[in-house]
Write a protein that binds this ligand. Sequence first.
Ligand SMILES: [Zn+2]
Length: 198
Amino acid sequence: MDSNEVLQLFKKYDAFLQGHFLLTSGLHSPHYFQCARILQHPEPAERLGKSLAKKVSGYLDSKNIDAVLSPALGGLIIGHELGRALGCRAVFAERQDGRMRLRRFSLKAGERVVVVEDVVTTGGSLLETAAIAREAEANIMATCCLVDRSTREIPALAGLVSLAKVDAVAYDPAACPLCKQGTPLIKPGSRQVSKGSF
Ligand SMILES: [Zn+2]
């Protein structure tokens, strides 16, 4: 799957939303990629996992991977599908007291790990998750995501592999034109969204 096919899939499942969104990164944007809308369906979820595995494999010196690590909740399902496609276990990190940690799993020193996120904007969650693998002295073989919507270079994520690289504007809240217009801000996943039109 190339960028275009992935974006078509987002449109097909009504997962490319337009409005005024508060992204996980804290930035505001008129666009939001609601991966959960696609990933709720096992068939396209599996297909995305396979496609991402194929792409990531091109960057690996060996397909021998021990675990996929992703940040919950956003990265959980794609992490599972990527684990299925790579033939390894899938573990996820969760935020507890403001910090990402592995609450239910462990990684061992020397394990070969692929870190995956659904959507990358500033790379904050992905970097925090990668730090967990590093703390465990696991080897990070690759970092990847479904959608890379970063607007500036993220030096720490220089080798990020994405299934789709998209140009989607994001604003610092202080400079957000949608805030200036008084457009209500939507925090995806919150009550405000579920009460709305989607
Ligand atoms: Zn705004």
